[in-house]
Every structure is written in C-alpha cells, then in structure tokens.
Design a protein around this ligand. Structure first.
Ligand SMILES: Nc1ncnc2c1ncn2[C@@H]1O[C@H](COP(=O)(O)OP(=O)(O)OP(=O)(O)O)[C@@H](O)[C@H]1O
Ligand SMILES: Nc1ncnc2c1ncn2[C@H]1C[C@H](O)[C@@H](COP(=O)(O)O)O1
Ligand SMILES: [Mg+2]
Length: 210
C-alpha cells in the first residue's frame, strides 16, 4: 500500500528566482549516473542531488515516512511522485541558500509525470542526459557494486525488479524528452573517462561556462 502522502507547503520562490540551470540525469540502475555526476560536479561546480540518496537519507532519519519507503525501495518499485518531489524541492532550496549555481537531478524523473510536475512547479530542465547501457552490463556492474555498497537493493532479485521498473516506467521519459529535443543520449558502455568526455562536449555546447 502506497504511503499516505502528507504534502508539504513548500515556498519555491527563492528557487524560481535563482533561475539556475537544471539538468536531469536519467539511466537504468547501475548506468553510471552517480559516477558521472561526481565528475561533472568536480568540473562545473553544480549541485548533485540523487533522488535515491535523498530517499535513503529519509530512511536513515528513522521517520515514519522513511519506514514506509524501505519496503518500496527494496521491492524495486518507484516511490510515490509527491514524496520524492518534495524531498528534491527541499534539498534544492537548501542548496540555493548556500549559493548553488545549478543542479544535476540524478535519478529523476523516473516517470513522465514526475518530469511534467517538476517542470510545471519549478522550471524546465535545460538538458536531459540519458546514460544508455545494456541490461547485461547493468547487472554486471550492480552485482560488482553489491560487494561493497551495502545497499539493500543491490541484490539480483531487486536488480531485476528495478530493471523492469526502468523499462516500464522510465524508458518513456527518454522518448518524451527526445520528442522535446532535450535529450542527450550517451552510450555509457565504455570507460568512465570516455563517457565523461562526451558529457563535457554536450554540457559545454549548452553553456560556455556554467
Ligand atoms: N563506465 C563504467 N564502467 C564500469 N563500471 C562503471 C562505469 N560507470 C560506473 N561504474 C560502476 O558501476 C556501478 C554503478 O555506478 P553508479 O552507482 O554511478 O550508477 P547509478 O546509475 O548511480 O546506479 P543507481 O541507479 O543504482 O544509483 C558502480 O560500482 C560504479 O563504480
Ligand atoms: N525519482 C524517483 N521516483 C520514484 N522512486 C525513486 C526515484 N529515485 C529513486 N527512487 C527509488 C527507486 C529506486 O530503485 C531507489 C534507488 O534509487 P537510485 O537512483 O537507484 O539510487 O529509490
Ligand atoms: Mg546512483
């Protein structure tokens, strides 16, 4: 049963007024979103917000909402839109207070409605970076990560469910932003550095300096 979602009345004015660039980072589980975001942050100084990390922090906080999230995340399903969007908004506002010059929203949107709601309430994404990786490679990477990550969802059963969720719910996000001319499809099978070179070539096209 989805958690009853208490909506928070979040004042977005400071975020909207800042009007900083926002990039959505999309890709299957294990596609390298976090890895590439770390490198983008080091080069451009943007703020990296991983929706998965924000949810794991909420779980760690011991809040009643966090307890409900654990079961959903371990099942490989998506957390309700309202929950994850409120967490992202709150984190963005905190970062704006600290002078953020822009955002990498990693792991969001995971369904088209998420992207539409974010963009209607906050602002449009400048670009959507999609890290395109074959399922076989994703599974190999996640099973390797499982050896050290300690993540409850890094196990073959949950990995398979997360892959199914990606295909059914998130793949349409790729088509949606492609149809809007916002998608950058990046073959992310190669080395971290080779992929990052393609990321930089695309980010530099959009903003001479972010
Ligand atoms: N280009 C690459 N080649 C090989 N391994 C990679 C590459 N990019 C990332 N990895 C490794 O694959 C695993 C998953 O990477 P990462 O955590 O960045 O993916 P993610 O898309 O953020 O995954 P999740 O959605 O599960 O958070 C990590 O162990 C990472 O070190
Ligand atoms: N944007 C999201 N919407 C719904 N659920 C989400 C979102 N981002 C993360 N989640 C849940 C479902 C994922 O399997 C887990 C872990 O996310 P990850 O980006 O793989 O760390 O959290
Ligand atoms: Mg990640």
């Amino acid at each position: 049963m989805a958690p009853t979602v208490e909506r928070k009345n979040i004042n977005l004015a400071p975020l909207k007024a800042a009007n900083v660039p926002i990039f959505f980072i999309v890709g299957g589980p294990g596609s390298g979103k976090g890895t590439q975001c770390d490198k983008i942050v080091a080069k451009y100084g943007l703020t990296h917000l991983s929706s998965g990390d924000l949810l794991r922090d909420e779980v760690k906080s011991g809040s009643p909402r966090g307890a409900q999230l654990t079961a959903i995340m371990e099942s490989g399903a998506l957390v309700p839109l309202e929950v994850v969007l409120d967490l992202v908004k709150e984190a963005m506002l905190k970062a704006i207070e600290k002078g953020s010059k822009g955002f990498l929203i990693d792991g969001y949107p995971r369904e088209v409605a998420q992207g539409q709601q974010f963009e209607s309430e906050i602002q449009e994404a400048k670009l959507v970076l999609f890290f395109d990786v074959a399922e076989e490679t994703l599974v190999k990477r996640l099973l390797h990560r499982a050896q050290t990550s300690g993540r409850a969802d890094d196990n073959i059963d949950t990995i398979k469910k997360r892959l199914h969720t990606f295909v059914t719910s998130t793949a349409p996000v790729v088509d949606y932003y492609d149809s809007k001319g916002k998608l950058v499809r990046i073959n992310a099978e190669g080395s971290v550095d080779d992929i990052f070179a393609v990321v930089v070539a695309n980010l530099d096209k959009v903003t001479s300096k972010i």
